[in-house]
Design a binder for this molecule. Structure first.
Ligand code: PLP
Length: 408
């Protein structure tokens, strides 16, 4: 489908017109939990179910369409992530499932005494599966954070790296902190000792340009349902990294058949159709017709520009509010995922007050349980998190701040 193109930075109204869910007036500020879908993605999923909802590779027209849709979905994920001939993408149900699958592959590859470094800042999806490798004789080391803002320091990682380091698992962006880690710098350090990096890109991908080949990372995962798409996830791996592993699919699927060897069972093909259609939205907001890396870069660049005043407004308000502690970077490049605690009002009371007034936010540890503990916050109540994306507006944040003012 060809959507109307914009030239230059699209206005918030133009962007919002693509998202039917926004018409209700409800303010979606829980986007780090899951983002809304543009209409073109919904339409593609619905058409697929109407016309091609059959199994792939059977050799009749509807099946051929399903096969082609699944192929194009892998191609789209590779384009979005910037795999550029250096690696391939495995699709699956969720990032949690894909990382568990990868860790299971490594449990058969690592030798006793091999070392696995896991960042405390991870969502549990990229922590638990690696820490459980201890059962197979791996030595698990934790890469800590600074206990006030949550910063992950490269100097701390350097102290943990040895010649036996095989895996370093960390988030590109924490889903609590909204920080942006220099993944290329971490990958370089880890490669110097011969290890591989496994990066959780989930909290980054809805905001920024992914360049997995240029960053020279080994594995990188993100969840497509947080990036304006269907409930699925994608795991990029470098060719050489996939080839040292044996995937868990059936014995008669050859080790070299990638991605199939690492994809268990069938994919949700209607989701694949939605993922492919996301390209139309990116073209529309980039103002470019070809579906290529420049278009992805322009579209994500526009998203970041639209987010910038929203992030600033929210941080300006929260950082000047007495009794409020904001975690994550202030005054540095970051995404608009902002978590805070009040020393007066418990987080559940703040989120329920706000949620009852036409906004969607959240409180808790957001599955970053270890990070919440490291930051000295009660995991039972956790943080209040406000997470915006490019379709949120400064006006929405102003209204949110008005409501927060009443409860804080
Ligand atoms: C940073 C981060 N990583 C991983 C996940 C898990 O994603 P999934 O639901 O696809 O397993 C989430 C989900 O909230 C997340 O925010």
């Amino acid at each position: 489908m060809l959507l109307p193109m914009v030239s230059g930075l699209p206005t918030a109204d133009l962007v919002r017109a693509h998202f039917p869910a926004l018409e209700s007036g409800f303010v979606f500020l829980e986007n780090a939990g899951g983002s809304q879908m543009p209409e073109c993605v919904m339409d593609a999923m619905s058409s697929f179910v109407r016309e091609s909802y059959v199994q792939t590779t059977a050799g009749y027209p509807a099946s051929d369409r399903a096969t082609e849709t699944a192929r194009q979905a892998h191609e789209m994920a590779e384009l979005l992530m910037g795999a550029e001939g250096k690696g391939s993408v495995v699709l699956g149900a969720s990032t949690t499932q894909l990382v568990c699958m990868l860790a299971e592959c490594y449990s058969r590859y690592l030798l006793p005494g091999d070392e696995v470094i896991v960042s405390i800042a991870n969502h549990e999806a990229n922590a638990g599966p690696w820490s459980r490798l201890e059962r197979f004789g791996a030595v698990v080391k934790w890469w800590g954070v600074d206990p006030y803002a949550g910063e992950m320091r490269l100097s701390d990682l350097e102290k943990l790296l040895t010649k036996r380091t095989k895996i370093v698992a960390f988030p590109h962006t924490s889903n609590l902190l909204g920080n942006i880690v220099d993944v290329a710098a971490v990958a370089k350090l880890v490669h110097e000792v011969g290890g591989r990096v496994v990066i959780d890109g989930v909290a980054y991908a809805s905001h920024g340009y992914m360049e997995v080949a240029d960053w020279d990372v080994d594995f990188y995962a993100y969840s497509t349902y947080k990036v304006y798409g269907p409930h699925m996830a994608a795991l990029y791996g470098k060719h050489e990294a996939w080839s040292e592993l044996d995937g868990p699919n059936h014995f008669f699927v050859a080790k070299e058949e990638i991605p199939r060897k690492f994809e268990l069972g069938s994919l949700p093909y209607e989701g694949c159709a939605g993922l492919v259609a996301l390209g139309d939205y990116l073209r529309a907001i980039s103002g470019r017709l070809p579906l290529d890396r420049q278009t992805v870069e322009a579209a994500t660049g526009h998203m970041r520009l639209l987010e910038a005043p929203v992030t600033k407004k929210l941080l300006d308000y929260l950082t000047h509010k007495p009794g409020v502690r904001v975690v994550g970077p202030i005054g540095q490049d970051r995404v608009p995922t902002v978590s805070f605690v009040s020393d007066r009002v418990p987080s559940p009371a703040v989120s329920s007050y706000v949620n009852e007034r036409g906004f969607g936010i959240r409180h808790g540890h957001m599955y970053s349980h270890r990070l919440t503990e490291a930051l000295g916050v009660d995991t039972g109540t956790g943080f209040v998190r406000v997470s915006a994306v490019h379709y949120n507006t400064v006006d929405e944040i102003e209204r949110l701040c008005g409501v927060l003012d009443e409860v804080l």
